[in-house]
Design a protein around this ligand. Structure first.
Ligand SMILES: CCCCCCCC(=O)SCCNC(=O)CCNC(=O)[C@H](O)C(C)(C)COP(=O)(O)OP(=O)(O)OC[C@H]1O[C@@H](n2cnc3c(N)ncnc32)[C@H](O)[C@@H]1OP(=O)(O)O
Length: 206
């Protein structure tokens, strides 16, 4: 794991850029402006892309320690504030349960008016993994099993939760779900997380 010391003000500016980019992505997905305007905006964006590429890294921002002392990963595709692909999901621990409020956007459409199943899977993969890690059993996803019970709407506040259930050697298990605020489950997930051999010795008890 690489740790970097980057000034907080620059990281905050990077996160603002990522948020502006998310807003742009939403606007692109929904725009109805005329063709000449599409072409003009495309040209402006191409110029902006080149400005950002003037100084570029090979990989997204790595794990680091935030000023409040917590491990964070601003480049992560699910929780990373500096990654425009990320929702970003804000995961909180409620006892041993990992919990995140999530409102999907039209950008996440799979079936008409619903969220793509792969997007739900991505959120649950992360949340289950974080629950296992918080319980002291970090690992890579080995197997993720999903049960899609009801279509997942976008534009509606939803709640995603996950909890570690058991561990055996390098393997650990977690369950989770995405649900309506009244608890009605929409998607359920179970996952097996395996601590790679290369991680052995880096974590307590391994
Ligand atoms: C806090 C942050 C949370 C982040 C959550 C996000 C998680 C992710 O998205 S991770 C990315 C997606 N996952 C991957 O890329 C994983 C790719 N696969 C791998 O790296 C390896 O195959 C890995 C690590 C899963 C297993 O490799 P390795 O350690 O060599 O396994 P191996 O020694 O053969 O097996 C160890 C045990 O795990 C089991 N196992 C191996 N692979 C799997 C699997 N895919 N599913 C279930 N069990 C498995 C084996 O049966 C064995 O069990 P037992 O000890 O009972 O015999």
């Amino acid at each position: 794991m690489t740790m970097e010391l980057t000034p907080e003000s620059r990281l905050a500016a990077h996160c603002e850029l990522a948020q502006q980019t998310r807003d742009l992505m939403d606007a692109v997905a929904l725009t109805e402006v005329k063709e000449d305007e599409l072409l003009a905006v495309t040209a402006e964006l191409a110029a902006l892309t080149e400005r950002l590429r003037a100084a570029s890294r090979a990989t997204p921002l790595p794990f680091d320690i935030s000023p409040d002392g917590n491990l964070r990963h601003l480049g992560n595709a699910v929780i990373g504030g500096a990654n425009p692909m990320a929702l970003p999901l804000v995961v909180e621990m409620d006892g041993l349960t990992a919990r995140a409020e999530v409102t999907f956007r039209p950008l996440h459409e799979g079936p008409p008016n619903g969220v793509h199943g792969g997007i739900s899977a991505m959120v649950l993969d992360h949340l289950l993994g974080q629950a296992a890690a918080a319980a002291g059993f970090p690992g890579m996803t080995g197997t993720l099993t999903l049960r899609y019970l009801r279509p997942v709407p976008y534009g509606t506040p939803l709640v995603a939760t996950a909890e570690h259930t058991r561990a055996e050697g390098r393997k650990s298990w977690a369950d989770g779900r995405i649900a309506l605020p009244d608890g009605t489950p929409l998607v359920e997930a179970s996952g097996v997380f395996v601590m790679p051999t290369a991680w052995l010795g880096r974590h307590p008890g391994t």
